[in-house]
Design a protein around this ligand. Structure first.
Ligand code: ADP
Length: 506
């Protein structure tokens, strides 16, 4: 079958019926093939053209979409930057193309990196300052407490001796001032410890009612002076032995009670402990300290919990105080996972309360460590052999005077080396060990003595109240801790409790 054009030519030139020889036939076939090929190529090229046309429009569509998408991304980017950045800075950018935005972002990132570096530096400086402050306070406490030890100790001794009647008021004033100064130093140190996260709570068994009664007794004289009575309302459902930190809980209750007593005249202060809930081993107790004293104005009820803040400027003049007590209470309660609530009406009175969840012990036979200051009626430690290790002569004199008054037999050593020599040569029921001494300090001496005589109890006696010092003392094997200037009853009680039995072979 020839191509129609060839067919037409053949018909025209050769006619219909002419017999064709083989060569012409071959030629015609070849020509026909060329026609056919030409036709196929034409068809193919037309097809190819048609295809690239659709692809072209596809790509154009895609590109348009892509450009639109990018425009939207850039717009979103600009919106985001605008919400993050200072509008004024951003205006400098002008026509927002992507390159400019990237350049702008680079500059901003560099600025922020620089700010971050400066912040890290500032944080380091602040941390160093806080550490320096804490170390300064610790050092000052040591420096102030040592002479205060002598002042408080000798005042006690003078008051117990014979003095002229006209000296009575002066001596009591001296005692009051020294104790106040000591309380202030202790408050500052305590606050410093709480703030720097150095307060670790103890977990010991104690009698809660006894602790509350001790707080009542401590505040008894001041309450009487102001014509107040203190009442304890203790829910009898509360288990008698609670587990917690009696010293710190006592400190919180005591702060609140002493405030209540201070700001109330001819009134009543109530210390209340109510059981809210009890599970198998935990009890939830609500503590409330109520008074019908001067009360606190609503606008001051928040402020008074801040440090060094009192309800009014005249408070210090009229009542004394430093404005640290409530900040300490709040800090301690925060560590105990609680907080103080206050309800108060000016002229009617105040109620400070907090709730504590505390484990309790079913075992009534445990040895109580209720952190109390036991009132000793007739102190006597006859037969007790004590080694006092202390480098400061005034401290040694104060301590030995009390120890001898309690009929102990006292030996003294001025440093760790001397203490070890005395322990090897003599027999003691207890050692009182200062921690900071020249030549060999209390920690090293304690470690050596524990190796020589593992059962011999060593009580740390130090002017520093920092808790890390107490922990270190326990780590090297000391059994207990007394802070100077010591409360005589506390020292007495700690010796009585910790000394070896008098009939032991030593
Ligand atoms: P301080 O008692 O040493 O001044 P606090 O932090 O314990 O410091 O108390 C801060 C202030 O809160 C007190 O100065 C007093 O103004 C007020 N305040 C505290 N307790 C009472 C209270 N029970 N009644 C009236 N005012 C109180």
């Amino acid at each position: 079958m020839y191509h129609p054009l060839l067919k037409k030519q053949v018909k025209k030139l050769l006619g219909d019926s002419l017999p064709l020889n083989e060569d012409i036939q071959k030629l015609l076939n070849a020509v026909n093939e060329s026609y056919q090929n030409f036709e196929r190529d034409k068809e193919l090229s037309e097809h190819a053209f048609a295809i690239s046309e659709t692809e072209y429009s596809d790509i154009t569509d895609k590109l348009r979409n892509e450009i639109n998408r990018r425009k939207r991304s850039v717009a979103a980017l600009i919106d985001t930057i605008r919400s993050l950045e200072n509008e004024a800075d951003f205006k400098e950018l002008g026509d927002h193309n992507l390159e400019e935005i990237i350049g702008y972002l680079k500059v901003q990132i560099d600025k922020r990196k620089q700010a971050e570096i400066e912040m890290i530096k500032a944080k380091e400086v602040a941390e160093k300052a806080a550490l320096a402050r804490s170390e300064f306070l610790s050092m000052m406490s040591h420096e102030i407490r040592t002479p205060l030890n002598a002042v408080v100790g000798f005042t006690y001794l003078l008051l117990q001796g014979n003095y002229l009647p006209e000296q009575d008021e002066q001596l009591h004033l001296l005692k009051f001032s020294a104790e106040n100064l000591l309380a202030l130093i202790n408050d500052i140190l305590d606050f410093n410890k709480i703030e720097s996260g150095k307060v670790a709570l103890e977990k010991t068994s104690f009698n809660l009612l006894k602790l509350i009664n001790q707080v009542k007794n401590t505040n008894f004289t001041k309450a009487q002076d102001n014509g107040n009575t203190i009442r304890v309302m203790f829910d009898t459902q509360i288990p008698s032995i609670i587990i917690g930190d009696p010293l710190r809980l006592g400190q919180v209750i005591n702060n609140l009670v002493s405030n209540a007593v201070k700001f109330t005249h001819n009134g009543v202060v109530i210390i209340e402990a109510m059981m809210l809930k009890q599970s198998i081993d935990t009890v939830q107790i609500q503590f409330s300290i109520k008074d019908n004293g001067i009360g606190i104005e609503p606008e001051n009820q928040q402020r008074i919990f801040e440090i060094f803040t009192q309800a009014s400027d005249s408070t210090t003049r009229q009542y004394g105080g430093s404005g640290l007590g409530l900040a300490i209470c709040n800090g301690l309660l925060e560590i105990m996972q609680s907080h103080i609530s206050l309800e108060s009406t000016p002229g009617k009175g105040s109620t400070f309360s907090f709730i504590l969840g505390m484990p309790f012990s079913q075992d009534e036979g445990v040895i109580l460590n209720d952190g109390s200051k036991i009132v000793v009626s007739d102190p006597d430690l006859s037969g007790t052999r004590v080694l006092l290790v202390e480098d400061n002569h005034v401290n040694t004199l104060v301590a030995t005077t009390f120890l001898e008054r309690w009929n102990t037999k006292v030996d003294t050593a001025e440093n760790g080396h001397e203490a070890i020599e005395k322990v090897m040569a003599n027999k003691y029921h207890v050692i009182l060990m200062d921690l900071h001494m020249p030549e060999m300090d209390g920690y090293d001496a304690c470690e050596q003595i524990v190796k020589l005589k593992p059962t011999l109890p060593i009580i740390a006696l130090t002017a520093s109240a920092m808790l890390n010092i107490r922990d270190k003392a326990f780590e090297v094997g000391m059994i207990d801790y007394v802070t100077k200037p010591f409360e005589p009853n506390e020292l007495y009680e700690k010796i009585r409790k910790n000394r070896l039995p008098l009939d032991s072979p030593l």
